[in-house]
Design a protein around this ligand. Structure first.
Ligand code: CMP
Length: 861
């Protein structure tokens, strides 16, 4: 007898429907959880010894009872041994035990036996019901010696001894068994009382605590109970289509990721499988049962989408080895996006974010580039250096390198993944253009990728993508070779000048890190040396070399490289700073100085004088032509600025060791135009000429605005608003009111209040091409940087990256169409072009104010 419940020999015939970890499966049809579990069938593979013993005791007592309901009965002409109707089993149990008060309690207790396979409906069609359906014990189904005859007296004694304990245990299990039975029935068969029972249970599940009562009521009718008997069973595989969301009611599961192994173990009360549903993406991990007899609640995708997708929790956290690795937050739908709601990445480890991108964000090219992907590509240099990114991509691409025997299913997954890496590469190049090709590790990776794609027939469709990337790379390298050895000169004052470029069209000359620049470095007594160095040379090297040439005879640790501005202000460079000469202010000079003697540094006399430039009578130049050439010139400067330079500028060039020379030159130009306006006005002694100039500059601002060169527009208007100009009362008195009114409108547009609201509204309505007011974009970057930490609890604060990428995208938008301005009828084209390329500028406010005083002394009252 003891054999029956200790060895549990009989199996419950647990149905197929899930796979065990070792089982191979067909590549297309992965076995899924049974869609409609049958509540008449057991949920365990074998009954537990305890349940077997309880069943045995009940049966022994029933068989021993002469008036028992357990009889041989004929059903449809077939004899069924020792079966009883549900109603009579309930009657018997209620009479047997004082602890069973209601028929429903008794039915639940019998159902507890049904779900372990100890008792069963004779046709295996019904769970236990207090109805006239016939049930019998498994022992009688199997037949054999144990089932035959009347129980012996010692068996009866043992059964009587055990029955109290058995009834109490079954009494405890009954309600849960009833609940599981309801959850295994199709929703239309669940009665309102049953739904109420389920609802009361859902209230206690942590994973649902954020949901409203009405949602939980809806869920009561659609949750499906699933039991899985064997540890090692795979519930679903990474890469599978997401079909359901799960809550773990009992047991635990492992979250397994290709190439990483088990990254997390989920326990009772945890949920999983949501990621694929909310993002319409493949499963990000494989879920393997860690224990026998795991119980799950399941919501299928169609119901999830209908009920939960819009009300899901705002935040979703993924963990690996007990630590958060990815935090997602729900965002409202953006116009043009195909899914109702998406989750966006708030923070994560760099590697997990990349994995999430490759797993979920590629291959859905609806409505252009995914914003998360674009943000990642534009900002990854802050948190994941290029070399590391290339390494990770290469690992993903070669994820099959160590797997010898591949099932067709694994192969399909691997090929899919390789395709994603290729797509990623293509989008990377599209987003950052030549910056990707400047990195030797990227070029090597692209070449390796190309060779492997060529050799793999499964990647046939990808060859055109790879060829396209290779062509772009070749074009970049050709262009680079042609322009190799570009040289620049930073005159003692004014703009850097390109001395030599292999470029046939001298415009749009990008300053490259290994271009040489010739510049001066002074020392305290104003003697200087002229140096020639590549742009990316560090301040430390420049300092050492200048000290040597100027015979300072001091160790590098005693020396600093300093800029002395035209107003005497000094700013010291960090030793690892790069692109030093282009970073100087308009009339600034580079000094090398002993650390302790910084105070002794004074500006050169020439710094108070105008910078080098063409001396011309402005009156004779057409204003429209001026604006036109200023815009063409600045468009080229703007075009050369890479979005990354904004990041380098904001975080500090020294962090990246990358030059910001193109951005420096563009910003320098802004100051040049602004101070040119002031310089011209305060150095014009004739009142009538000044009046003419003010009118000309207001018109110039209007043309710049018309040409959508807002950088120059701001510079001109700010120049006219400079204190040294606004104080020229006699001049302004003679300006016609029509011009004054226009100027007031312009001033309103550059008004910085409410975070430059007027300008933002105005520029928001413009279409490209346009040149934006660059200092404001840099201010936005700085705000995002200073107001937000880069790392939060060890994760990259991706919200910050998103904010920065938004600003970087503005630049991309402004340049998304080429400039095709209608040239004004040429009058003095060459003359204007050379004039506007280098203005004569004083940038010392004190000198400008003094000059202004001189041309229009303050009136005595
Ligand atoms: P989904 O991608 O639908 O299927 C696999 C599930 O595993 C995933 O949703 C998450 O719910 C869950 N999961 C838990 N931890 C991780 C993790 N670190 N990475 C990926 N998935 C995880």
């Amino acid at each position: 007898m003891n054999d029956i419940f200790t060895n549990c020999k009989f199996k419950n015939g647990f149905g197929p429907g899930v796979q065990t970890a070792a089982a191979a499966t067909s590549p297309t049809k992965r076995p899924l959880s049974p869609d409609h579990p049958n509540p008449a069938l057991p949920i365990t593979e074998t009954p537990s010894p305890a349940m077997s013993r309880m069943g045995w005791a009940l049966r022994t007592l029933l068989v021993a009872d002469n008036s028992s309901c357990l009889k041989d009965r004929k059903v449809s002409g077939k004899l069924i041994r020792k079966c009883a109707p549900g109603t009579e089993l309930v009657d018997w149990l209620v009479n047997l035990s004082p602890i069973v008060h209601t028929r429903a309690q008794a039915a639940g207790m019998w159902q507890a036996l049904v779900e372990e396979g100890v008792l069963a409906h004779v046709n295996k069609e019904q769970p236990f019901k207090d109805k006239c359906f016939l049930y019998r014990f498994r022992l009688d189904e199997e037949g054999g010696a144990a089932a035959a005859g009347v129980p012996q007296s010692d068996d009866l004694g043992a059964a009587n001894e055990h029955i109290r304990e058995a009834l109490s245990a079954l009494f405890q299990r009954g309600p849960d068994a009833t609940l599981r039975m309801i959850l295994r029935k199709p929703s239309h068969e669940r009665t309102s009382e049953e739904l109420e029972l389920v609802f009361e249970e859902l209230v206690h599940i942590a994973a649902l605590s954020h949901l409203s009562t009405s949602i939980k009521r809806e869920l009561s009718s659609i949750f499906v109970f699933e039991a899985h008997a064997q540890a090692g069973t795979i519930l679903f595989n990474q890469g599978d289509e997401g079909r359901s969301w799960y809550i773990l009611l009992k047991g635990s599961v492992d979250v397994v990721i290709h190439g990483k192994g088990t990254v997390a173990t989920l326990k009772t009360g945890d949920d999983f499988g949501k990621l694929a549903l909310i993002n319409d993406a493949p499963r990000a991990a494989t879920i393997v049962l860690k224990e026998n007899n795991c119980h799950l609640l399941r919501v299928d995708k169609e119901h999830f989408n209908r009920i939960l997708r819009d009300v899901e929790a705002n935040t979703l956290r993924l963990q690996e080895h007990g630590k958060d690795v990815l935090v997602l937050e729900r965002v409202a739908k953006q116009r043009g996006q195909h899914s109702a709601f998406k989750y966006t990445v708030m923070s994560g480890t760099p590697a997990k974010m990349l994995e999430h991108l490759l797993e979920t964000r590629l291959g859905q090219s609806v409505g252009g580039m995914d914003p998360f992907l674009d943000d990642f590509l534009l900002t990854h240099i802050v948190f994941m250096p290029v070399v590391q990114l290339v390494d990770e991509l290469a690992n993903y691409f070669h994820c099959d390198a160590h797997e010898e025997a591949q099932t067709p299913e694994d192969r399909e997954y691997i090929i899919n993944f390789k395709k994603r890496v290729i797509q990623f590469m293509q989008k990377w190049v599209m987003a950052v253009r030549h910056a990707a090709f400047e990195e030797p590790s990227v070029c090597d990776f692209i070449e390796d990728l190309a060779a492997e794609v060529e050799a793999d027939p499964d990647l046939n469709e990808e060859t055109s993508i790879v060829h396209n990337v290779l062509t772009q790379m070749a074009r970049y390298q050709e262009d680079r070779n042609q322009n190799a050895g570009q040289k620049w000169k930073l005159p003692p004052n004014g703009q850097p000048i390109c001395l030599f470029s292999g470029n046939a069209t001298p415009s749009k000359t990008v300053i490259r890190p290994d271009d040489d620049i010739i510049f001066r470095v002074y020392c305290a007594d104003h003697t200087y040396c002229t140096l020639r160095f590549p742009m990316h040379t560090t301040a430390e090297l420049i300092k050492a070399c200048a000290a040597d040439k100027l015979q300072l005879n001091r160790g590098p640790e005693d020396l600093v490289l300093v800029e002395v501005k035209s107003n005497g202000e000094r700013s010291v460079f960090k030793d690892n700073d790069v692109s030093i000469p282009t970073g100087l202010s308009l009339n600034g000079r580079l000094f090398v100085s002993v650390k302790d003697h910084l105070d002794a540094l004074t500006q050169l006399q020439e710094q108070e004088c105008p910078t080098e430039g063409v001396d011309i009578d402005l009156e004779i130049l057409s204003t429209k032509e001026l604006a036109y050439h200023i815009t063409l010139f600045e468009w080229d400067l703007f075009w050369a600025v890479h979005e990354y330079e904004l990041l380098y500028h904001t975080f500090g060039r020294h962090h990246f060791g990358k030059i910001t020379a193109n951005l420096d030159v563009f910003l320098r130009r802004f100051n040049e135009v602004q101070y040119w306006i002031v310089t011209e006005l305060v150095s014009t002694p004739s009142l009538s000429k000044r009046v003419g100039l003010v009118r000309k500059f207001i018109k110039l601002a209007a043309y710049c605005k018309e040409y959508q060169n807002l950088n120059a527009f701001f510079a001109v208007v700010m120049g006219l608003s400079n204190m040294a100009v606004t104080r020229l009362q006699q001049t302004w008195e003679k300006i016609p009111s029509k011009f004054k009114k226009i100027f007031q409108e312009f001033e309103a547009l550059i008004d910085p209040s409410r975070n430059h609201r007027a300008y933002r509204v105005f520029v928001g309505k413009l279409q490209p091409p346009l040149i934006p007011f660059m200092p404001l974009l840099l201010k936005d970057m700085t705000f995002a940087h200073e107001g937000n930490k880069t790392s939060l609890d060890g994760l990259v604060n991706f919200e910050k990256m998103h904010m920065m990428a938004q600003t970087m995208r503005t630049i991309r938008f402004c340049r998304s169409r080429s400039l095709g301005l209608e040239p004004p009828s040429p009058k003095s084209e060459g003359e204007v072009r050379s004039y506007i390329s280098s203005f004569r500028v004083i940038d010392n406010q004190r000198v400008l104010t003094a000059m202004s005083q001189k041309v229009e002394p303050t009136r005595k009252l």
